[in-house]
Design a protein around this ligand. Structure first.
Ligand SMILES: [Zn+2]
Length: 372
């Protein structure tokens, strides 16, 4: 038996709707066997956590794992902040199986005000099937060789054309979705498996099979909602899968929400606080690779990215990625909290996000999966 002692152990109290603090946990055969116990008389292996914080393991409710692996390292364009950096990054994308693929650029945020284009792909990777996808996935850029291979119908919506009528390589709308689907189909299954493994290894993610009990009715990307939608979803107890980092990425004044949806809609986006207060079932995810596969970043965004009256408190933010996520997956009998009988899936943080330290300033020191 493993005895995790001298910790700040947070378990969710269903009646108080908050996490409450204990000081130790006993683990036996991979499950929580006791909380706040006196171990004298028991044969335990004591681990002194030296005041660290012990939480239920985090779950990310919306991840594209293979795609996340497909745009890590040199295939990630997330750090590109200008056209010059874009050209440099395009040159570094490796060619694999005759394909060049990268994602994550956001030219709306570039310092020089320029836009991403197909020029570097045509110049540096003229013979490969070459595609780069914008951070939100809603547009992509391909080289001329890829345009020929895709052979999209001339009248499909979203093929950007120059003044002379020639395609520029920038694809939007239906053309973008068709092109991404065709490129995905062309990616060998072994590469997709390797990508999923790469993503899981890079972020120390464990991916289990879906619950045999299925899932609940839910709305994915519950992003743009009127007050009536909030009340209706709470009333129906629909599970709402939300991505707090979206607001941190696009929700600032002058950001993408403002530009594409207008200020009035931008202010009403991602109404997590209203949903939680209405009693709706909200769970958190990253939509990786759209946002970082990083639950702490998600919780940080939930607490900071909006107007103060719209942000979550840290207890509600932590619940999105623990107890609520387990409920969403019909796994509350197995995980999602620190309770006697549940699997000992735990995370140890160096600092305490429930006592005023921002989630973004906390680091994971250790994890336990099934008590190991
Ligand atoms: Zn998604």
């Amino acid at each position: 038996m493993l005895f995790l002692d001298n910790a700040r152990v947070y378990r969710f109290d269903r009646e108080r709707r908050r996490f409450v603090c204990g000081r130790n946990v006993l683990i036996d055969e991979g499950r929580i066997a006791g909380i706040d116990i006196d171990p004298s008389g028991l044969r335990v292996e004591r681990v002194d956590l030296d005041g660290a914080v012990l939480l239920p393991a985090f779950a990310d409710c919306h991840v594209h794992l293979a795609q996340t692996g497909a745009c890590t390292g040199p295939r990630s364009l997330a750090a590109v902040d200008s056209y010059a950096a874009f050209e440099h990054a395009i040159a570094r994308i490796p060619s694999e199986f005759g394909m060049v693929y990268a994602a994550g650029y956001d030219d709306a945020a570039w310092s020089d005000g320029r836009s991403a284009g197909a020029g570097p792909l045509d110049r540096l990777h003229p013979d490969d099937v070459a595609m780069i996808v914008r951070v939100d996935g809603h547009s992509s850029i391909v080289n001329r060789a890829t345009l020929r291979w895709l052979d999209l119908p001339a009248d499909v919506d979203g093929i950007e054309r120059a003044a002379d009528g020639a395609p520029t390589g920038r694809l939007f709308l239906d053309a973008n979705w068709r092109a991404q689907a065709l490129v995905a189909q062309r990616t060998p299954i072994d590469v997709q498996r390797a990508n999923a493994r790469r993503a899981a290894d890079a972020r120390a993610v464990r991916h289990d099979r879906p619950s045999a009990k299925g899932t609940h009715h839910f709305i994915e990307h519950f992003e743009m909602a009127l007050p009536a939608h909030v009340d209706a979803c709470a009333g129906m107890q629909l599970h709402l899968s939300m991505q707090p980092q979206f607001h941190a990425t696009w929700g600032a004044p002058g950001g993408m929400y403002d530009e594409r949806l207008g200020t009035q809609r931008r202010r009403a986006m991602n109404p997590m606080r209203a949903l939680v207060e209405a009693g709706a079932l909200v769970c958190g995810g990253s939509d990786a690779p759209v946002c970082a596969l990083d639950p702490l970043a998600g919780m940080h965004a939930a607490c900071t990215a909006q107007e103060p009256e719209s942000c979550l408190d840290p207890h509600a933010a932590l619940a999105l990625y623990t107890i609520n996520a387990a409920g969403f997956a019909r796994e509350s009998h197995e995980r999602g909290n620190i309770e006697r009988g549940l699997r000992a899936d735990l995370v140890v943080l160096d600092r305490d996000p429930l006592s005023g330290v921002p989630f973004g300033d906390c680091s994971v020191m250790r994890t336990f999966v099934g008590g190991v």
